[in-house]
Ligand binder design. Structure first.
Ligand code: CP
Length: 306
């Protein structure tokens, strides 16, 4: 059987996305049981390579593999032979000598997962590569929206605001949302919002007030200073004043609008603490759902789904 990767959300059909969301839903009850484990991937080996910082994605992939009874091995760039200059190709060939079934990788460079995949027989799952893609974040966001709405996402209005230019979450979510029939608006400082997305049918709106007025979901993104080589706006204070969601700007939103954020949050910049922890925020649900969604993804690439 040919190996199955998950590198970009663009590679999935709508039916495949829906199958993954349904499978994730079936795993949620497992996570609430006393014994939070199923034997699905017993005897399989999953390697988690995190060459870039992560809390949510790395912990949930590790837990997801363990909940599915797989054997796991976790490596970070720090302390590995990467520090001695070993290439990604050599890392892939070396780790493949253990015959892993799945390699999950986060990497600071866009396209790294394709290089990994070309040099291993293992299935490769992208846990975020540079500013390219973060497909499992997209899936958990779609899952969280569907869960809160209690219906499919057709016609849902989603406003994604922040550092779109450097965001793999924005790129994945735009593709995923459009695939499921949602309407997407993006916004933020003009320097951080590429107009190329308009070609996909995405609306660009730089006015927070105007964009949130009809949004069912406000998905806030962090300013990714680690990917910026120059200054894209004068100061974080000014960013917060113009684009931040806070107690003053919240009344511009629809009363039922969901507040989402992939994390980590720059509290007080894109989102005020009171709102991040408030009743309209689904941020912690996103974290919980991330575990079920990553179980579904591991299940899929391991060949346990059609
Ligand atoms: N959302 C997300 O990818 O978070 P981490 O960087 O903590 O994994």
């Amino acid at each position: 059987m040919a190996k199955r990767d998950l590198i970009s959300i663009e590679d999935l059909s709508r039916a495949e996305v829906e199958l993954l969301l349904d499978t994730a839903e079936s795993f949620l009850p497992v996570l609430e049981r006393d014994i939070k484990k199923v034997p699905t991937l017993r005897g399989r080996t999953i390697i988690n390579l995190f060459w870039e910082a992560s809390t949510r994605t790395s912990s949930s992939f590790d837990l997801a593999a363990k909940r599915l009874s797989a054997d796991t091995l976790a490596l970070k760039a720090s302390g590995s032979a990467v520090e001695k200059g070993e290439t990604l190709k050599d890392t892939a060939i070396t780790l493949s000598a253990y015959s892993p079934d799945i390699i999950v990788m986060r990497h600071p460079s866009a396209g790294a997962c394709q290089i990994l995949s070309a040099n291993t027989e293992a299935s490769v799952v992208n846990a975020g590569d540079g500013k390219h893609q973060h497909p499992t974040q997209c899936l958990l966001d779609l899952f969280s929206m569907r869960q809160n709405l209690g219906r499919e996402l057709d016609g849902l209005r989603v406003f994604i605001i922040g550092d779109i230019l450097h965001s793999r979450v924005a790129r994945s979510n735009i593709w995923g949302l459009l695939k499921l029939g949602a309407a997407v608006t993006i916004g933020g400082p003009a320097t951080l919002v590429p107009r190329e997305f308009e070609r996909l049918g995405v609306r660009v709106c730089h006015s927070l007030r105007e964009a949130v007025a009809d949004a069912d979901v406000v998905n806030l993104l962090r300013i990714q200073h680690e990917r910026q080589k120059t200054s894209f706006f004068p100061s974080t204070g000014e960013y917060a004043g113009i684009f931040g969601l806070n107690r003053e700007t919240l009344p511009w939103c629809k009363p039922e609008a969901m507040i989402m954020h992939p994390g980590p949050i720059n509290r007080g910049v894109e989102l005020e603490s009171e709102l991040a922890d408030g009743p309209r925020s689904v941020i912690l649900e996103q974290v919980t759902n991330g575990l079920a969604v990553r179980m579904a993804v591991l299940h899929l690439v391991a060949g346990c789904l059609p």
